[in-house]
Write a protein that binds this ligand. Structure first.
Ligand SMILES: Cc1cc2nc3c(=O)[nH]c(=O)nc-3n(C[C@H](O)[C@H](O)[C@H](O)COP(=O)(O)O)c2cc1C
Length: 271
């Protein structure tokens, strides 16, 4: 099909009502959003709601689990050096990563870093990446292909217990290849972190704006993961181009309220 020329000055119906712009308008914040401000105030002041939202943790009860080594990876390089040298890597060595390296990437990327107790008794776990209202709508999964002492499979990262829980057993490398156009990269990487959104965790408080927050927060975590990989001497590639439905199926997510938004492929560097 021939692409339609972009019209300036005389926008088409499609351009006028682009879903992107409609969403942007609908998720704007201004002094007129009194209902939303009221809702936010209610959430912030209700001990019961705060107690519920202080535990934004899912788990896969009954599924095989893998305890992760503790520690943050002992990265000794300076932040300046890590920031300057981080690059997207396409050439992976095709060799296994250590479980300790995977554990360090996960704890630096999205681990629990602190506790915060409120006067009302609510106890929040604060993570390495910031989150709007401390609601933590992003979940972290690990697709393990070639990691020492870790059977291949799709695992949920349970940050509270710093362990992996098997969400979908079996070979997920070929499924990931089918969901992207990065065959060679995925064939030679050791694991892939998938970031998914649990939208209601944030939208019950922030309404339409929750989608913006979710993407921003996935970006925070992804940058942590990329910098952690760089600090550990691993290669990493952020991936936004994947088939959504395939990725959601892979992790048994419904694709509406919970869905994958970002991937970070990690492995040893070639050469
Ligand atoms: C949101 C986002 C999505 C991306 N998606 C892909 C992707 O699907 N495939 C890919 O090869 N690289 C992807 N990249 C990596 C970019 O191509 C890369 O960051 C860019 O070329 C700049 O290089 P640098 O990361 O080394 O600074 C993505 C980067 C971002 C920030």
């Amino acid at each position: 099909m021939k692409p339609k020329p972009f019209s300036i000055g005389n926008p088409t119906e499609e351009e006028l009502f682009s879903p992107m712009e409609v969403y942007h308008e609908n998720s704007k914040l201004g002094p007129g959003n009194e209902e939303l401000f009221q809702r936010i105030a209610t959430v912030n002041s209700s001990p019961h709601i705060r107690s519920v939202i202080s535990r934004p943790f899912r788990s896969y009860p009954g599924c095989p689990t893998v305890e992760l080594p503790s520690g943050w990876g002992n990265v000794t390089r300076s932040l300046e050096d890590i920031l300057q040298r981080r690059r997207s890597h396409h050439h992976f060595a095709g060799t296994p990563c250590r479980l300790q390296e995977l554990a360090a990437v996960l704890s630096l990327g999205d681990g629990i870093a602190a506790r915060q107790s409120g006067e009302d008794g609510a106890e929040f776990r604060l993570r390495t990446a910031p989150s709007g209202g401390g609601l933590y709508p992003i979940e972290t999964f690990c697709l393990a292909f070639d990691v020492d002492d870790l059977p291949p499979g799709a695992y949920f990262y349970n940050a509270l217990r710093h362990r992996l829980e098997l969400a979908a057993p079996g070979d997920c490398r070929s499924k990931l290849i089918g969901a992207s156009n990065l065959k060679v990269e995925i064939e030679n990487a050791a694991f892939c972190i998938a970031l998914s959104v649990v939208l209601p965790r944030s939208s019950f408080k922030y309404g339409q704006r929750a989608y913006r927050f979710a993407l921003l927060e996935a970006g925070h975590i992804a940058q942590n993961l990329l910098l952690a990989a760089e600090g550990l001497g691993l290669g990493a590639l952020p991936i936004g181009g994947f088939f959504d439905d395939d990725m959601n199926r892979l992790l048994n997510l419904d694709g509406c309220q919970e869905f994958v938004v970002y991937l970070v492929l990690v492995g040893n560097r070639a050469g």
